[in-house]
Design a protein. Structure first.
Length: 347
C-alpha cells in the first residue's frame, strides 16, 4: 500500500475509451476501486444528476449474489446521516449489478496529496469532528466499519465529510463482544489488539483507526507504516512506547502475545513527535484514541465532547470553497499521477 506524495499537478480523469452507459447512467471516469468492485463517476441522462456507480464483482459467484455485497446493501439501507455516504438505489444493467451512491468530489488520501489548497487547523479539526460524528452514529446503530482509512473517507466541495465503503462493516451486539476475523482494517490503521490476534472486539477498533486518521490529517501521511503485522507492532511501539501490563492488563492473554512479545522496553515519544502539528488539547485527544487497552480507548461520542472541539480555538470550520481546486482528488487518480511522474523521470 503506497501513499501519495505531495503532487502539484492536477490528476487527470480516467475516461473510458468510448462512453459506457449502464441503464440511465453515462460513465464519465473511474474514481476508485472499492473492496468489492470498481467505482465510476456517472451522470443520469434524464435528470443530469452526477452519482457514483459501484459495480459489484460477480465473477467469483457460483451461487448467485455475493453475500458481502448483500451485507453492505442491507447495512447502508439502514443508515441515514450527514456524515455517512448515501446509497440512492440498486440497479441492474446488461447483467451487471450496481450500487448508486451520491457523488463525492474527493477522498481524504487524494485531497491530502494536493498542494494547491492549504487547509487551516480549523478545517482539519472540522474533518476530524465530522469523521467522529459519522462513527458515533454508526456505533449507536450497532455497526462497526472495520475499514477506516483515507480512501474510504469522502469529502465534497462544500467541505462535508462522509464515511464510505461498507464492504467490511458488520452489525454487532452492544451487550456482548462478538467473535470476528482479525484480518480486517488496512494494516497501517489496524489496532494492536487485532495485530495480537484477538477475534473478540467491538467498535473500539474503529476508534484506533480514527486516531491514525486524525494524525494523518495534520502530518499529511500515515504515521504507522508497517510492512507486515510484526513490523506494524514495532512501528507503533517506537512511537507510543511498549505497552506494559499495568497499562493494558488483557494484553498477555491475547492469542499471539507470546509469539510477538516485545524484546525491549521502548519509551513513549508520542508528544515530542507530534507537538509541532497538534495543540496540547489535540495531542490529548489523539492519545485517547490511540490508547493500547481497547477497554480504555475513548468512544466516538466521548471524543466529540473533548476540550479540543468544545473549548479550544480555533473552532471547527469546514472549508466551503474546495471547488476552487483544479481537478477532483481521489486516491486512484493520485496514484496514477504519481505513476505518470515516475515514467516521465525514468523516460
Amino acid at each position: 500500500m503506497s501513499h501519495p506524495e505531495h503532487d502539484t499537478a492536477t490528476p487527470s480523469m480516467t475516461r473510458p475509451p468510448t462512453p459506457v452507459r449502464y441503464g440511465v447512467y453515462d460513465c464519465l471516469n473511474q474514481v476508485g476501486e472499492g473492496t468489492f468492485g470498481q467505482v465510476w463517476k456517472a451522470r443520469n441522462t434524464s435528470s443530469g444528476t452526477v452519482v457514483a456507480l459501484k459495480k459489484i464483482r460477480m465473477e467469483a459467484e457460483r451461487d448467485g449474489f455475493p453475500v458481502t455485497a448483500m451485507r453492505e446493501i442491507k447495512l447502508l439501507q439502514s443508515l441515514r446521516h450527514e456524515n455517512i455516504v448515501c446509497l440512492y438505489e440498486m440497479m441492474v444493467s446488461n447483467g451487471s449489478v450496481f450500487m448508486v451512491f451520491e457523488y463525492m468530489d474527493h477522498d481524504m488520501t487524494g485531497i491530502l496529496s494536493q498542494t494547491q489548497y492549504t487547509f487551516t487547523d480549523a478545517h482539519l479539526k472540522s474533518f476530524c469532528q465530522q469523521m467522529l460524528a459519522g462513527l458515533a452514529y454508526l456505533h449507536r446503530k450497532g455497526v462497526i466499519h472495520r475499514d477506516i482509512k483515507g480512501s474510504n473517507i469522502l469529502i465534497n466541495n462544500a467541505g462535508v465529510l462522509k464515511l464510505g465503503d461498507f464492504g467490511l462493516a458488520r452489525f454487532y451486539q452492544k451487550r456482548r463482544k462478538s467473535d470476528y476475523t482479525n484480518r480486517v482494517i488496512t494494516l497501517w490503521y489496524r489496532p494492536p489488539e487485532l495485530l495480537l490476534g484477538t477475534t473478540v472486539y467491538g467498535p473500539e477498533v474503529d476508534m484506533w483507526s480514527a486516531g491514525c486518521i486524525m494524525l494523518e490529517l495534520f502530518t499529511k501521511k500515515p504515521v504507522f507504516q508497517g510492512n507486515d503485522e510484526i513490523h506494524q507492532l514495532d512501528v507503533i511501539y517506537r512511537i507510543l512506547g511498549t505497552p506494559v501490563v499495568e497499562q493494558w492488563p488483557g494484553m498477555t492473554s491475547l492469542p499471539w502475545y507470546e509469539l510477538v512479545k516485545p524484546k525491549e522496553l521502548i519509551p513513549n515519544h508520542f508528544r515530542q513527535l507530534f507537538e509541532k502539528w497538534l495543540s496540547p488539547a489535540g495531542l490529548d485527544l489523539a492519545e485517547r484514541l490511540l490508547t493500547y487497552d481497547p477497554a480504555k480507548r475513548v468512544t466516538a461520542l466521548e471524543a466529540l465532547e473533548a476540550p479540543y472541539f468544545q473549548e479550544e480555538q480555533p473552532r471547527p470550520s469546514a472549508p466551503t470553497n474546495l471547488h476552487t481546486m483544479k481537478g477532483e482528488w481521489h486516491e486512484l487518480e493520485a496514484k496514477r499521477e504519481r505513476a505518470r511522474k515516475r515514467r516521465r523521470v525514468e523516460g
